[in-house]
Design a protein around this ligand. Structure first.
Ligand code: SDX
Length: 439
């Protein structure tokens, strides 16, 4: 098969080179298109447009495949830890015992937050959304840790600082929002153990660390760790392309993830299931509304830009959730509703025709609820998981000699050339209204 495509326009013919990836994916290289043809492409939402070549994550949306650095998500969820997957995504290889020990020491050394940052927390209104707090606090890290040198060890230090501190900031925001004493990280606990302990330990009721809950959290974070050029990762790459510091680029990623169509969906799924549980609508009404083009309601946790079959993460999440429920002997009223919704949707021609399957957000909130994480922090948990992926993607773009500032083109559809019109020639009321009356 040819390694180029031919573009015909009028009596002109242009050859455009093809790029082929490891798994046989092909892309038309249009990096010289405007220069050679005067044309640009149009692709709202970039559904058909690759922004980069990346060696980090591979997805096959038709087959439901997800691999981090070539390793299948199923194997990583089964055998790895979040700390190890974070190292894998950022460094491109599974760490040796020595490497993971050094990584863990750095995570521990950077786990505290500058005490002056606590005044920030106290200034946020109590009902502030944790994603808004997290995005602001991560941006503020630049003020407290101003130097991100080019040297490898400096980046290593900044990267582990971010991964460690974001976890501490999340737990701190939860404790302070409830007026509870902040719990500090402990050197004898693992990454996930520390998070759970900082969230739920208290002087009057010491938190008992349950290995099954720790494992469930680790798998949850692994499943969220990276996902190619999704909305928030693209935001990190675009903002990073202006050569801003890593903290600001990550803060932009957190803001993008907050959206209900993206990471914010995990909170919306629970709110939707709770509405059904409280009788505000039935499962059938939810499915009916989701299909009604006049109704903006969507079945949250369903559908995906890339997966046109079951999201591989959803299967793992559901299996882990069932295991947790059995272990903790919990009966979750939302589980039956979720199962009924899934069963009806998967048999409905609308969902079949549109290839709408449960995505990672459909069961993730159920797992978090079972662990005891408040709904308002669900998307923060997604951000903690996605952070190593954002960092890996940012680092890959910074190391790419061909990486340029992101600046898409457009097709202008506004007014043609016209001259300025003085106020008196614009018609309508001429008398001006004194400002105090118009306020
Ligand atoms: C994440 O990109 C990633 O990888 C994201 C993510 C990651 O790990 O980073 O996987 C995480 O964000 C998962 C998605 C979480 N969001 C939701 O669950 C929100 C509900 N889902 C949808 O809004 C939607 O499916 C998206 C946003 C996920 C995907 O949107 P697309 O690819 O732009 O698809 P679309 O909106 O163009 O939908 C195509 C058609 C539309 O109908 P038409 O206008 O063409 O007639 O399918 C319909 C949509 O109305 N549709 C839905 C639907 N999802 C799509 N109809 C009802 N309910 C839904 N959930």
């Amino acid at each position: 098969m040819s390694d180029s495509v031919t573009l015909k326009w009028g009596d002109k013919t242009f050859e455009l080179p093809l790029i082929e990836g490891t798994e046989g994916e092909k892309a038309i290289d249009i990096s010289k298109l405007r220069q050679t043809t005067g044309l640009v492409t149009m692709d709202p939402g970039f559904a058909n447009t690759g922004s980069c070549q990346s060696a980090i994550t591979f997805m096959d949306g038709e087959k439901g495949i997800l691999r981090y650095r070539g390793y299948p998500i199923e194997q990583l969820a089964e055998h790895s830890t979040f700390r190890e997957v974070a190292y894998l995504l950022i460094h491109g290889k599974l760490p040796t015992a020595k490497e993971i020990t050094r990584f863990s020491v750095l995570l521990n050394d950077h786990s505290l937050v500058h005490e002056d940052m606590r005044t920030f927390f106290e200034s946020f209104p109590r009902q502030s959304h944790p994603m808004g707090i997290l995005s602001s606090m991560v941006n503020a890290l630049k003020s407290f840790y101003p130097y991100l040198e080019g040297a490898e060890e400096e980046i290593e230090s900044t990267v582990t600082r971010l991964i460690s501190k974001v976890r501490t900031l999340a737990a701190m925001s939860y404790k302070i929002s409830r007026g509870h004493l902040v719990v500090y990280p402990r050197p004898d606990l693992s990454y996930c153990e520390n998070f759970l302990n900082m969230m739920f330990d208290s002087p009057v009721r010491p938190y008992e660390i349950d290995p099954d809950i720790v494992q469930a959290l680790s798998v949850f974070l692994i499943l969220h760790a990276d996902h190619e050029q999704n909305c928030s990762t693209s935001a990190v790459r675009v903002v990073g392309s202006g050569r801003v510091n890593l903290y600001a680029a990550i803060s932009a990623g957190i803001a993008a993830l907050w959206g209900p169509l993206h990471g914010g969906a995990n909170q919306k799924v629970i709110e939707m299931l709770t509405d059904i549980a409280n009788g505000r609508m039935t499962v059938k009404e939810a499915v009916h509304r989701a299909k009604d083009k006049e109704d903006p309601f969507r079945l949250m946790g369903f559908g995906h830009r890339v997966y046109k079959t079951y999201d591989p993460r959803t299967r793992i999440m559901k299996k882990m959730y069932d295991k947790l429920l059995n272990k903790l002997r919990i009966k979750d009223p939302l589980l039956n509703i979720a199962a009924e919704l899934e069963e009806i949707a998967l048999k409905d021609p609308y969902f079949i025709d549109y290839h709408l399957y449960p995505n990672v957000d459909f069961y993730s909130g159920m797992v978090l609820r079972t662990i005891g994480i408040p709904t308002s922090m669900f998307t923060v948990m997604f951000a903690i998981g996605r952070l190593p992926g954002w960092i890996a993607q940012w680092k890959e773009s910074m190391d790419d000699p061909n990486w340029r500032i992101s600046r898409p083109r457009q097709v202008y559809t506004g007014s043609a050339l016209r001259d300025y019109v003085p106020m008196e020639d614009r018609g309508g009321e001429h008398k001006t209204i004194p400002l105090r009356q118009s306020a």
